[in-house]
Write a protein that binds this ligand. Structure first.
Ligand code: TRH
Length: 376
């Protein structure tokens, strides 16, 4: 049986950067594994923010070695399906496109790349088929995850080695290029969060904690930053209040964003893709989940904390859990920066081990290619 050669990834940007970020990363990974990839995306401007070389005016263009297609009614008119069709995050293909898939020979392998979750139902559903009610097509659920029963996480070949080679000198060069001057005893923090995070509360507490330099990419936490900077939230602005210094940095390209995470002592990340990148940074992180109706994100959070804090001593586990819960708006939890920053002193080895543990699960794009090949 011939191995798969062509892939279509469909991405519908709902909001934020994660849909585009994950789809772009998957497209890049499958291209690196020798497949010919087309990324169909309905919002080129979002991808353009991550990859400035993207030209929003073009219907078709090559970016990072794969084809990017503006997905709209016009471009899908003459759709000729690839051998593998991936719908990112349950985005929906039109009936006309599905009809074409059903008529193709051979019929494409059809995957729904799902959201990342540590919940057990996600792992139980990984790989399950879902037959189309009308057409001779079957879609398969593919769940990313942290355990070997899941589809794993996206991780570029050589990333772990590159991380290991990133030393104190590389860090200072990277930070210097960003105009960041960090005192030797300062805690370096990066902050990427949603607007509803209790940033104001965090900043207030940080004023009285250990000396902290908090780097905030442009466009993030704007309401809380306005309290310190007024209306001018331009890049490079910096303010000090008590023990806390806040600095606005540019929104970085994804590869530099990795270097930022590798450089900081603590990373606040959100959504899905930055969470995964924080894993490979091997540094302590705090995760804010994308808020869901009826607080479903808190259930997802609890599932992650269960596996993530499993090996921590009781005190550290309590500090981490409470802080993360409060950061995610769990009403019962208190955002205790003092306890958390104290626990942070013990946490770096835990995060290295956790990262190694998750990296021992086979990488997502490799698993996906094998899974699709078996179905075929
Ligand atoms: O932007 P997000 O909040 O995206 C979210 C999630 O994916 C969520 O699950 C989904 O439902 C929702 O979108 C619609 O967070 P995420 O997933 O971390 O994506 C952010 C991307 O932006 C990620 O690829 C990292 C990248 N990034 C940079 O490249 N440079 C930067 O400076 C920053 C701050 C982020």
């Amino acid at each position: 049986m011939n191995s798969l050669q062509t892939v279509d990834i469909f991405c519908e940007v709902i909001d934020n950067f994660g849909d585009a970020g994950v789809s772009w990363r998957l497209a890049r990974a499958l291209t690196a594994r020798g497949l010919s990839v087309r990324l169909w995306i309905n919002d080129l401007s979002c991808l353009q923010r991550l990859r400035p070389s993207v030209d929003e005016r073009l219907t078709e263009q090559v970016v990072d070695g794969f084809q990017v297609i503006a997905w709209n009614d016009q471009t899908e008119l003459n759709y000729q399906p690839a051998e593998l069709v991936i719908e990112a995050f349950a985005c929906r293909l039109s009936d006309a496109m599905l009809d074409r898939m059903a008529k193709a020979s051979p019929i494409p392998v059809w995957i729904n790349l799902e959201y990342l979750s540590a919940e057990s139902w996600a792992m139980q559903s990984h790989g399950l088929p879902s037959p189309h009610p009308r057409l001779p097509l079957t879609q398969y659920f593919f769940f990313p995850g942290f355990k070997s029963e899941s589809g794993g996480l996206l991780r570029e070949d050589g990333l772990i080695q590159a991380r290991a080679a990133f030393n104190t000198k590389s860090r200072s060069i990277f930070l210097k290029n960003l105009g960041i001057d960090v005192g030797f005893d300062s805690l370096l923090v990066s902050l990427f969060c949603y607007e509803q995070a209790p940033v104001h509360e965090l900043f207030n507490a940080m004023r009285f904690g250990p000396p902290t330099l908090c780097l905030v990419p442009e466009g993030v936490a704007t309401k809380a930053l306005a309290n310190f900077f007024g209306n001018d939230l331009s890049v490079s602005r910096q303010v000090t209040d008590g023990q806390l210094t806040i600095k606005i940095i540019p929104f970085l390209n994804p590869d530099d964003f990795d270097l930022l995470l590798w450089s900081c002592d603590l990373n606040f990340v959100r959504g899905e893709d930055s969470l995964v990148r924080a894993h490979w940074a091997q540094q302590p992180f705090v995760w804010q989940l994308y808020r869901q109706a009826e607080d479903a994100h808190l259930i997802k959070l609890a599932a992650f904390l269960d596996i993530h804090c499993h090996d921590l001593n009781e005190e550290s586990a309590h500090a981490v859990k409470t802080f993360w819960q409060a950061w995610n708006g769990d009403v019962g939890a208190i955002l205790d920066w003092s306890a958390f920053s104290e626990a942070l002193l013990e946490l770096p080895p835990h995060y290295r081990q956790w990262s190694e543990h998750v990296a021992s699960v086979e990488e997502l794009s490799t698993q996906l290619i094998r899974f699709a090949g078996k179905i075929r």
